[in-house]
Design a protein around this ligand. Sequence first.
Ligand code: FE2
Ligand code: FE2
Length: 326
Amino acid sequence: MDSGNLKPKLYCSVSIQNESIIAIRDDEEFIIEPLPFKHDLVLKILHSFNGMHTIKELANEYHIQDTNYEKLIELVDSLSEFGLILKNQQVNFVSGIECLLEIEDLQNKLLYETLYKNIFWTKCQEPKEIPFNVFIGLAIENYHFLFRESWFDAPILSWQGSQDARTLMNAFFCEEHGHDALILKSLNAVGITKEELFKTVPLPETLALCHVLAYWAANDPLFFYTTIGILEGKDIKLDSYVHAMENSGTVPDEFIYYIKEHSMINLNAEHGNLGREVFKNIPAVSRVDVDRLKAQTHIFIDIYNKFYLSVWQHYSTCEQLLRQIK
Ligand SMILES: [Fe+2]
Ligand SMILES: [Fe+2]
């Protein structure tokens, strides 16, 4: 559909504060910038988004043409991405899988803009430049993460939205059980024991990821389901981390062995596909929900990116591998 024929509807309240346009949706506050036109004109246009008029009609009314018209379409697109505008009231629902594919498009865009460019993943292309402690450090943080996996997998098990989705998630929960022990075997191979790990604390970014997933699993199950594909490695053949360790020349085979085993379980059991299987069993998702999920995707990818960044920042410079509680 030509974007100009959409009938956008504002899904937040907007006002001018200190020369900025502030949008408030539920408890979240956004600053809309940069503005394509003067504040008062943007505000008038936003208030005209009531789901009754097409963008073309509004552009005519406010004499917006040519490049300014394109800027107006871009404004609607970006506000829609953050769930501040409902683009088209004629389509109120999409199927579960359509919803997920829309989210995956956004995830991929954000991953290419951030995670795939961050120092950890770019250095995986040059494994000999990765400090040994970074390889071990990621395993330590992964161990902490998997040790806490029930925090975020358990709250979702009783979800009532779809019986088939619930069955899939329960089977996944059983398959995931004990994966922290696999990583522990790798750590044992370089002399790190369970008792020592018990006296350590994860990096704040690792805990942040655990906490935010636990929050979403308990409070926004639909959104939690959108994160599984990324966490379990959808669209990948073999984990680049494993590949980098194999080509590093520094990491012992016994260490790589169990981490690779974990990666192969994800691959062979098609855990990366679980999110898509779940969404195939969700018949309909409202446009309001899709827009909310898209808005939260920005937060999730940011936190996920910071997890890997912090592993690099801490373990590439630390003297002590274990962050022990003194
Ligand atoms: Fe796992
Ligand atoms: Fe898995």
